[in-house]
Design a protein around this ligand. Structure first.
Ligand SMILES: Nc1ncnc2c1ncn2[C@@H]1O[C@H](COP(=O)(O)OP(=O)(O)O)[C@@H](O)[C@H]1O
Ligand SMILES: [Mg+2]
Length: 303
């Protein structure tokens, strides 16, 4: 990849991203250098957005795989069509390529979300592919990777469900970029961009949706709060509710009550309450709402 090409790629992608200049630059440097990568960050922190943008810009395919206990090496590599095997015996022709083989053949990015949930033997298959840039498929032969093939993994640092700690042999082969939540201003920009909402009511809804969503990440009883996806949905649901309730210029009371309903819909399923804390998502949201609108109303004022 030529130097000017990568700079040009960076410039073009940055035009469609809110912020993330640094993360984009680091990710681009790693993949342009021909390296594999793990993106470590909670959900909703631009991981997929950046990867999609990079692969689209380079015109190469992106293969998504969800890492979980069922992700066997066979699922990743592929299998022989059993009906055809019965009729014709094994052949390269009746092999159905899995995402790893497809990505290698087509020179795509293999994106494995929640990488650390995949079983150890699957990670080992990947290791071989990363190290050798080729895999040996029984009864098919050696599959060699096109030069643009990359393995990109993602991991959620808060994840504690069925996760394997990466062995040193795996982590030693990956570069790593840590991605956190963006600042409030960027999140407001993302919500505005993704919802397309404009006008005086939107100017009020968007900052409030972002503020209450961010508060879920700070609440002491919450293990993991909501990503910016919650803020996007909160703004959209609130906007619909104002229309349904014929609230064109709502009073403060109506505005706040409607926003609370939108919070319940968009955020209650997205926050993971600490098991030790005897509370519920609804109660946490009520506290956040009171804090934002009643206790510190200055922060909730329009504009
Ligand atoms: N920097 C950003 N610029 C524009 N939109 C973003 C940005 N980050 C996230 N989004 C939007 O937020 C949502 C979640 O982002 P995504 O990249 O899918 O997160 P992740 O893959 O880290 O879970 C998507 O709707 C995406 O469009
Ligand atoms: Mg994603």
């Amino acid at each position: 990849m030529g130097e000017t090409d990568v700079k040009e790629t960076r410039r073009r992608i940055a035009a469609h991203l809110v912020g993330r200049e640094r993360e984009l630059e680091l990710a681009l440097a790693a993949v342009a250098a021909g390296r594999d990568l793990v993106l470590e960050g909670p959900p909703g922190t631009s991981k997929t957005t950046m990867l999609k943008a990079i692969t689209e810009e380079w015109g190469i395919p992106l293969f998504f795989v969800e890492g979980n206990a069922d992700l066997s090496p066979a699922k990743l590599v592929g299998h022989h069509n059993p009906a055809r095997v019965l009729r014709e015996d094994y052949s390269a022709d009746n092999f159905v390529a899995g995402p790893l083989v497809e990505a290698m053949r087509e020179g795509g990015f293999l994106y494995i979300e929640e990488f650390n949930r995949a079983p150890e033997d699957t990670l080992n298959t990947l290791l071989t592919a990363m190290a050798d840039r080729a895999v040996e498929v029984p009864r098919v032969g050696l599959v060699e990777a096109q030069p643009t093939f990359r393995v990109i993994a993602s991991m959620n640092p808060f994840d504690n469900v069925g996760t394997t700690r990466l062995s040193t042999s795996v982590s030693d082969r990956l570069n790593r970029i840590v991605i956190g939540y963006q600042d409030a201003e960027s999140e407001r920009g993302i919500v505005a961009l993704r919802t397309g909402l404009i006008g005086p009511l939107a100017d009020r809804i968007i900052p409030d949706a972002v503020a209450v969503t961010r508060a879920t990440r700070e609440h002491p009883d919450v293990r993991q709060g909501s990503s910016v996806r919650g803020a996007i949905d909160c703004a959209l649901v609130a906007h619909e509710l104002f229309e349904l309730r014929d609230l064109v210029e709502p009073s403060d009371t109506d505005y706040q009550a409607t926003l609370f309903d939108a919070m319940l819909v968009s955020l209650s399923g997205r926050i993971h309450v600490d098991e030790a804390a005897e509370t519920s998502p609804e109660r946490v949201l009520r506290e956040i709402w009171e804090d934002h609108f009643i206790l510190e109303p200055a922060r909730a004022e329009p504009g």
